[in-house]
Ligand binder design. Sequence first.
Ligand SMILES: [Fe+2]
Length: 303
Amino acid sequence: MSNALETRDYSQFRIVPRTPVIGGWIEGCHLSELNGQGMADLREALWTYGALFARKQNLSFDQMKQVALGFGDRLEEHTFAPTMAAQGHPEVMHIRRRNTADTTSTTDVWHHDVTARKHPNIMSVLQASEVPFGADTLWSSMTAAYRWLPEELKRFYASVEVEHDSLYLAMRHNFGTPEILDRIAANREHAIHPAVIAHHVTGEPCLFVGNAYVQRIKGYPTDASEALIKIVTDMSKMPEFQVRHQWEPGDIAMWDNFGTTHYGVSAVIGNHPRELHRVASWSESVTPTAWTGNDTPALKAVA
Ligand SMILES: [Fe+2]
């Protein structure tokens, strides 16, 4: 395959690819110790590999925030998911599977995070505390998915916009308790984004739809909209575009929230506890913008 990812030595760490198209191991550093050059390298690595993984990090919440702030100047405070606010960290989302038989999960759909916002997250830092065997997380490259599409479909999707809505997410994916539904309805979020965006740093075209908040293709009849959205969301399922991470306690995963989708496997968990923490960054200066068909990536344009 042309343009396959390769091992690359940066100033303070090495990245070893996990697949030819997405994912890389970070080796040789503790993320809390990166200096300015190290963080610049980490940004370049994330935009190149899409998702990065590191073992034995065990970052504090403050260290997770420090890493995330290297990518965007604002930290997400989630409007309906549990957080560590009571411990003084409202920016740390608490992903926790309750140990009950009737708990429903919302991680097992392919999605970009918080797309119902005008300024979705740029990236996330996710750390595992306790993850049962089989509860892996997968990421899929939406730049590779776009490249895979026939030219006619590339042009079509580049010509439409998609409506994203947090209430639609909750209703489609069975969020369970009425309390959570009420919280989502009270903080309802709605945004319209191009179905194909130019990545805010690389300029590369990426599919930006997902199967979480997506409501409809703007202006399209329901049946046509749903059929056309399914073509895009099914792209995430192709193994050629994926990397799968088997968690160990203390692992860190980071991902490009524009260029990749992700999926948390939950059906095999049963009642076993699952606990992770996530910090995500965003910026009022970063909004998904339409791919215009210009084949020159922004990075090359400014080089
Ligand atoms: Fe997510």
